[in-house]
Design a protein around this ligand. Structure first.
Ligand SMILES: Nc1ncnc2c1ncn2[C@@H]1O[C@H](COP(=O)(O)OP(=O)(O)OP(=O)(O)O)[C@@H](O)[C@H]1O
Ligand SMILES: [Mg+2]
Length: 488
């Protein structure tokens, strides 16, 4: 059978591959994946919009020898089916080239290993001219002029990736300086998020530091470990590999200090970033989604679920080349759905608990929560002592007016507005300043009524801590009871 070799036509294919869909931040993250896989602990990103604008990324990983570097520059340097080390963040053998050339027309990689400094360059204009997959070797004397190369030499090992001719980054931008600065702000936020476990450090991974134009990339912890309520871990076994699921319920917004709030992603992060956080080898791939397994309700926003997937399951998660999309396979989905229902229930509890504990039979509340077939309603507790005491002072007509009043309050209860306020991040104002006096007045009023019954005062003072609103202020109530016992 006759066979023909149909090699790709370099100028067209390499131009088309620029449109895989990388953003600047996902492209830089892809290079940092390589640095982490090379055991780097310090990564420096430097950019300049002036003269010959560039972006350069230096790491102190194990570097490459000249032959390794040539291989690394080849598209498809590794097969996606190769078995990789458990800490290897690569998969396709493409990222270094596709990520870089999606942003620039000229990519130079300089690497230093065992005292050997080597460099290779892909230049799209050269490929267009020569119509072939040609890389070239920059002259040694050119290297010292390149950004971050002197720093690389000082480190004695590592790799610098340099992007020049930043046509895509600055496309359509009238002010390159402003455009690059704004885009790099997004890069900073993205890297803080995607590599937060590497930046925070945890058992089993090398901690990294990333500097962007001399400023360190902040650490970020979407789970506020140590402050959140961790729920039970779950394990799902898929094809002999284990997917580990760790759900967390964050504390209510009003309980967070400003530092904790910013660690959790700020107001905006708190509101938007609920859901699953899917990690591949501890590197965040996708976050802030429930995969449509539950509605992204306001009330479930405190729930965040860490899902750790090993790279042995890449084929099931339809991981894309940019490593920014992944869809859970069906058997994992089923389990996630079950887990999510449990978790969202727990997240709601943090809210309802803060609002008001539902009746547990012991406390005497001024409001009762009534569940019926038609839904949930809140009714004023007519047997609460303050209401029955007041009612006793009224004649029949007064009693009817009181009932009308209570009924009006109940039927105009602003449930919708309360729901929205509870779920929003505004702290609620309880006006607690004068509460002690208010409680004293209520207690005295109740004692007055109770005084007409034999042993009534004593019984009232004993039950006061169980009574709304006293039960919400146990300390004030305890000293009040003591004070009133002495008087009566
Ligand atoms: N900073 C680096 N330090 C050391 N080796 C590197 C570095 N960057 C790339 N390499 C080498 O070059 C190879 C090719 O990198 P590239 O990013 O193109 O593919 P990959 O990481 O194997 O897979 P993926 O396409 O999923 O990123 C890597 O497998 C690695 O051996
Ligand atoms: Mg890679």
């Amino acid at each position: 059978m006759p066979e023909l070799v149909v090699a790709p036509y370099a100028p067209s294919l390499i131009e088309s591959m620029r449109s895989i869909g990388y953003s600047l931040e996902s492209a830089i993250a892809d290079l940092i994946d390589n640095s982490i896989s090379a055991n780097a602990s310090r990564i420096t990103i430097r950019y300049s919009p002036y003269d010959n604008p560039y972006v350069a990324i230096l790491d102190d990983g194990y570097g490459m020898r000249p032959d390794d570097l040539t291989r690394a520059m080849r598209h498809g340097s590794r097969n996606p089916w190769d078995i990789r080390a458990a800490n290897d963040l690569g998969r396709f053998g493409l990222g270094l080239k596709t990520a870089s050339l999606s942003q620039c027309r000229k990519l130079t990689v300089v690497s230093l290993k065992d005292g050997e400094l080597s460099a290779r360059t892909w230049d799209l204009d050269l490929i267009a001219e020569r119509e072939d997959w040609i890389i070239y070797v920059p002259e040694q004397h050119e290297l010292s002029e390149m950004p971050l190369v002197n720093e690389l030499i000082k480190q004695a090992k590592g790799t610098v990736v340099i992007w020049e001719n930043l046509d895509r980054i600055v496309a359509g931008e009238p002010n390159i300086n402003q455009a690059l600065t704004e885009k790099m702000d997004l890069v900073r936020v993205h890297l803080a998020m995607v590599f937060h476990r590497y930046l925070l450090g945890e058992q089993g991974i090398n901690r990294i530091k990333i500097h962007l134009n001399n400023n360190p990339v902040a650490t970020y912890d979407p789970f506020l470990v140590g402050r959140s309520e961790p729920l039970q871990d779950e394990f799902i076994t898929v094809e002999n590999s284990t997917v580990l699921i760790k759900p967390y319920i964050l504390p209510h917004r009003s309980k967070l200090t400003p530092d904790e709030l910013s660690l959790a992603g700020g107001e905006e992060g708190l509101r938007r970033n609920q859901g699953f956080y899917i990690y591949r080898n501890k590197r965040l791939i996708i976050w802030g989604t429930w995969f449509r397994l539950t509605k992204q309700e306001e009330l479930s926003k405190l729930a965040r679920v860490r899902v750790d997937i090993p790279n042995t399951l890449d084929h099931l998660w339809t991981l894309d080349i940019k490593k920014s999309a992944a869809h859970p396979p069906d058997e994992v989905r089923q389990n996630l759905k079950r887990i999510v229902e449990k978790i969202v229930g727990n997240s709601r509890r943090v809210y309802t608990f803060r609002g008001r504990r539902t009746n547990d039979g012991k406390l005497v509340r001024s409001w009762n929560r009534i569940e019926s077939r038609n839904g949930i309603s809140y009714l004023i507790n007519r047997t609460h002592p303050i209401i029955s005491a007041f009612s006793q002072t009224l004649d029949e007509e007064g009693k009817n007016t009181l009932e009308l009043l209570l009924d009006t309050i109940e039927s105009t209860f602003p449930a919708d507005s309360l729901y929205a306020d509870m779920a929003s991040d505004h702290p609620r104002n309880y006006e607690e300043s004068d509460i002690e006096n208010k409680l004293r007045m209520i207690a005295q009023c109740l004692l007055h009524t109770a005084g007409s019954i034999e042993g009534g005062e004593e019984r009232l003072l004993t039950s006061l801590p169980m009574l709304d609103p006293f039960c919400d202020y146990p300390q004030i109530t305890a000293s009040l009871v003591k004070e009133l016992k002495n008087v009566h």
